[in-house]
Design a protein around this ligand. Structure first.
Ligand SMILES: Cc1cc2nc3c(=O)[nH]c(=O)nc-3n(C[C@H](O)[C@H](O)[C@H](O)COP(=O)(O)OP(=O)(O)OC[C@H]3O[C@@H](n4cnc5c(N)ncnc54)[C@H](O)[C@@H]3O)c2cc1C
Ligand code: SF4
Length: 560
């Protein structure tokens, strides 16, 4: 590769960027990947076998480490030193950013549910939000390929909310835990299904990655490659082709264009030397995460792109959606005093509650338009500082209570679909720059009644399920306004560069190619036209795989 001119530059090494780089390098294209974070090797850096007892505060979360001391993050989190963001008046928005090779795939929960036919065409059904510019059946073969490559465990259920994978694609799931079986029995009485969670965790060895041995907390990170992250799979595999060069500590500032407004490359700040470096490329792929890619585009104004790069539609930075989030937990007496044994499996849901309300929606029986699911927390996890919370006493009686109640608490976390609204968007804060001199993002946020009604329904349903399991919940349920988590807090932010069928109301076409610049692509969740209740990353990777394959064909044909 000419040191200053590259066929393809990919910005970001997380779910979208690493998949794009993998597909293109496998197809023979030379790719330069620019990553703002530092180099990171989970094989040597993961505190996988550390116990909570070895950590400060028994490993519990604090302001800097919300998900616990061992959160598999070497740099970044809810705040990144020297790289602030701002929020508008009356807006609360949380933005989790990882600054490390592999991005947030180093610590994601690995829940990997397919969107369905229903999910891609919400607007056609109820007139709200936007449809995607393709049908489910067009993406289905790419979901199969992504699930096979990444390694996803789960089973086909035939439920309308969970499209089946092709035969032999999914790896076997771990067996349900006792508390999850109790949830399943209670839910069944209420006409609500449960299903094995699909997770990007290997239960059978694959490539040079080991199968999960069901013994360490996934939140610490996974040095054996069982839990999917780009740093133990896609990036090394792309490097092995000889076609990938990775530059870390490279903070991309803007995308450059020529006199005709065509993309020519990028400028980045070398975080070690603080120097500005300009590189040229035939094609630039932004995959810096939904809001970072939009920020780069907004910071790339020019004569031809006065409102920000590729923003002739005015939709850049608009339509931001997160998942709704809330939850309810309770002590289940029949689970108390169980003999203790290892029921960890991989340390997240083995069963979950998919959305069961498609018919109720069709019959207009619900006062909110889109669905949600429940993730179930339970079981004999590695005890932390919260193991005795809510208990009274001291000495041997407290010890006995801890032993009896350990593993008898069940928590249902709601994750639901949000609709885009005019109050949820981002722009550039012209008054604030980060330590690299780059203007920062400013977020605006407001939930609508659609999300609040959905959360109210979810809390009532969770209470019913827990009470059917034998729980006593004496306290009144909180209002939806109080219970709903903040915008961005579920870390499923999408939609800032949405795709569509027309350049009038979308930023990219169905291939992630911007309408205004044919050699600029977005391959992260910015392109999502809607945000179904299912966690977004499997679809980020599937779209990146499909769209990078299309890009490769165009390059081979000489169209780009
Ligand atoms: C604790 C946690 C749990 C989660 N659980 C789940 C889950 O169970 N299921 C699910 O589907 N999703 C989950 N997610 C969300 C998931 O991690 C993200 O959706 C996914 O990683 C996004 O992929 P991405 O490629 O868009 O961005 P990222 O993975 O964030 O990668 C973007 C990369 O770009 C780099 N970058 C940013 N700006 C620049 C710049 N200017 N120049 C150069 N590089 C830049 C970043 O450093 C980063 O490495 C979770 C996230 C967290 C934090
Ligand atoms: S439980 Fe399995 S997937 Fe999770 S960290 Fe341990 S080996 Fe990895």
């Amino acid at each position: 590769m000419n040191e200053n001119k590259y066929p393809v530059i990919v910005v970001g090494s997380g779910a979208g960027g690493a998949m794009a780089a993998y597909v293109l390098t496998k197809a023979g294209h030379k790719v330069l990947m620019l990553e703002a974070g530092r180099d990171y090797d989970p094989k040597t850096e993961t505190p996988m076998f550390k116990t909570n007892g070895e950590a400060p505060l028994m490993g519990s979360g604090n302001v800097d480490k919300d998900f616990g001391f061992y959160d598999a993050t070497v740099d970044g989190g809810w705040s990144v030193p020297g790289e602030p963001y701002t929020t508008g008046e009356d807006s609360e928005f949380l933005w989790w950013r990882a600054r490390m090779l592999g991005g947030r795939t180093n610590h994601w929960g690995r829940y990997s549910l397919r969107f369905s036919e229903h999910d891609f065409k919400g607007k056609s059904r109820d007139g709200l939000g936007a449809d995607w510019p393709f049908e489910y059946h067009e993406l289905a073969p790419w979901y199969d390929k992504t699930e096979s490559l990444v390694g996803v465990c789960g089973t086909n259920t035939g439920l309308d909310d969970m499209p089946d994978s092709s035969e032999g694609v999914l790896q076997p799931p771990p067996k349900p835990r006792v508390p999850e079986l109790l949830v399943a029995a209670a839910a069944k009485k209420l006409g609500i299904p449960t299903a094995p969670m699909h997770r990007a965790v290997l239960t059978r060895a694959k490539d040079d990655r080991q199968a999960c041995f069901y013994a360490t907390p996934c939140g610490h990170g996974c040095s054996i490659g069982a839990a999917f992250q780009t740093t133990t799979s896609l990036i090394p595999m792309a490097k092995a082709t000889g076609n990938l060069k990775v530059v870390t500590d490279a903070m991309v500032k803007n995308v450059t264009v020529d006199d005709q407004g065509k993309v020519t490359g990028v400028t980045y700040i070398d975080k070690n030397s603080h120097e500005e470096v300009s590189l040229q490329a035939k094609v630039v792929i932004l995959a810096a995460s939904a809001c970072e890619s939009a920020r780069i585009m907004m910071n790339s104004k020019s004569k031809h792109h006065p409102k920000g790069l590729a923003n002739s539609s005015g939709q850049l930075g608009r339509n931001i959606m997160d998942s709704t989030g809330t939850g309810l937990g309770a002590f289940i007496p029949s689970l108390a005093g169980r003999p203790k044994y290892n029921e960890d499996g991989h340390t997240a849901n083995h069963l979950f509650i998919p959305w069961w309300g498609h018919k109720a929606h069709a019959n207009n029986e619900l006062d909110f338009p889109r669905g949600y699911h429940f993730e179930i927390s339970s079981g004999f996890k590695q005890p932390g500082s919260g193991v005795s919370s809510g208990l009274q006493g001291y000495g041997s009686s407290l010890k006995q209570q801890v032993k009896d109640k350990y593993g008898a608490f069940v928590y249902l976390s709601l994750r639901g679909e949000m609709l885009p609204n005019e109050h949820c968007y981002m722009e550039i804060d012209e008054d604030v720059k980060d330590k690299w001199g780059i203007p920062v993002a400013k977020f605006h946020w407001k939930w609508s009644k659609h999300e609040l009604n959905q959360v109210e329904h979810g809390l009532k349903t969770a209470k019913e399920i827990l009470e059917t399991m034998g729980a006593t919940i004496n306290h009144p349920l909180p209002s939806a306004e109080k219970a709903i988590l903040k915008g961005g807090q579920i870390i499923h932010e999408v939609g800032s560069t949405r795709m569509g069928a027309s350049p009038k109301d979308s930023v990219t076409n169905q291939w992630g190619q911007t309408w205004d610049c044919d050699n600029l692509f977005v391959m992260d969740a910015g392109v999502f036209a809607s945000n179904p209740h299912k966690n977004c990353t499997l679809t980020i990777m599937t779209l990146a795989m499909r769209n990078a394959s299309w890009l490769s064909e165009q390059m081979k044909k000489g169209a780009l």
